[in-house]
Design a protein around this ligand. Structure first.
Ligand code: DX5
Ligand code: ZN
Length: 218
């Protein structure tokens, strides 16, 4: 792996001091913003107005992860904020190809996420429609959970399919990524790594980002 992307998740940041928390991760490639609606997942975080303000002050691009129902309706509104990428859950979208096209038409990279037990195979024919495939490595909803090794074969199958398709699709993993699990995910074929508690739980987030990067590229 020659190059990896580290996307710290602000879910583990101090929500009262978001601007300062963003400044602490300036060496990362993007900031991962977890949007939860208490319907698709049993937790509630933030929505459009707060994401808009994060976008206005962030020194690095935004990678929105929408854990929300009715993705077809809401995801395009996030793309209209000018975010670098918007990821919807396949399980929450009625028309994922149409939705991915709408995101791209609004200038965002289109990401599609799969819960740990959602198979990747039904979606392989639409690899050309997306820029990023997010394979959840925990059940979405909360930070600080343990990495699910049972997702590794799916990451491998996704990597083989992406390489075989010729499509330029990043494979992102999210959940339980730490200095001790990132190598397994990278070896399986992931190339974009979300880390919440491993970055914001560290005394020095910049050092944690550097350590994750080094471990992923080892
Ligand atoms: C969980 C979120 C993750 C979360 C990861 O549903 O999608 O982005 O912040 O947190 P860690 O890295 O602590 O598992
Ligand atoms: Zn996430």
């Amino acid at each position: 792996m020659s190059r990896c992307c580290i996307h710290p998740s602000i879910l583990s940041a101090d929500f009262v001091n978001l601007e300062a928390e963003l400044a602490r991760i300036g060496s990362a490639d993007a900031v991962h913003v977890d949007v939860m609606d208490n319907h698709f997942v049993p937790n509630l975080t933030l929505g459009l107005p707060v994401v808009e303000r994060i976008q206005a002050v962030s020194p690095i691009p935004l990678d929105a992860h929408l854990m929300i129902a009715d993705a077809d309706r809401w995801a395009p509104l996030y793309a209209e904020l000018g975010l670098a990428s918007v990821t919807f859950h396949a399980e929450a979208a009625i028309a994922p190809i149409k939705l991915a096209r709408e995101l791209r038409a609004r200038g965002a990279k289109a990401g599609m996420a799969l819960r740990p037990t959602t198979a990747v195979e039904p979606y392989l024919d639409m690899l050309g429609e997306i820029d990023m495939l997010l394979i959840m490595t925990v059940e979405p909803g909360f930070g600080g959970q343990a990495f699910l090794d049972a997702t590794l074969p799916k990451i491998r199958r996704a990597r083989a399919a992406v390489d075989g398709s010729g499509a330029k699709v990043a494979i992102q993993v999210d959940g339980g990524i730490s200095a001790s699990t990132i190598e397994r995910a990278a070896e399986a074929g992931a190339d974009v790594f979300v880390a919440g508690s491993a970055v914001y739980g560290a005394a020095d987030p910049a050092a944690a980002i550097a350590a994750l990067r080094a471990a992923a590229e080892a």
